[in-house]
Design a protein around this ligand. Sequence first.
Ligand code: 5GP
Ligand code: ZN
Length: 113
Amino acid sequence: MSDCLFCKMAAGEITPDIVYQDDEILAFRDINPKAPTHILIIPKKHIPSVAEAQAEDIALLGKIQLVAAQLAEELGLKAEGFRLVSNAGKNAGQEVFHLHYHLIGGAPLGIYW
Ligand code: 5GP
Ligand code: ZN
C-alpha cells in the first residue's frame, strides 16, 4: 500500500522511534502519546484493521500479543499493569487504517484508555 503511513514505516521509508522489530512486526513510540508509555505494534503486512484479519493471520496476531507482553515487561509496565487495544472503524476513532495495537501504561488508565 504505497499511500499507507504504517506500510512506509514497515518498509523503512519513514523511521519512527522503534522499540522492537523482526521480519513480521514493528513496534514504535506513538507520536502523540496518551499515557506515559504509548507504543504502537503493527504487522509489517498491510491489514486495514482487526476486522479484516483472516484465518491466515492467526499466528501473526498471536505473535503480536506475545511481543506486546515482552515489551510491557522490558518497558517496566508489567508490575502495575497495562492495556493492549486495537481500534477498528469509525466509532473506535481509528485514524490509521493499517492494523495496530496500542500498548499503553505507566499510569492508571481511564475507562476507554
Ligand atoms: P488509531 O486512532 O488509528 O487507533 O491510532 C493511530 C495512532 O497513530 C494515534 O495514536 C497517533 O498518535 C499515531 N500516529 C499517527 N501518525 C503518526 C506518526 O507519523 N508517527 C507515529 N509514531 N505515530 C503516529
Ligand atoms: Zn499499510
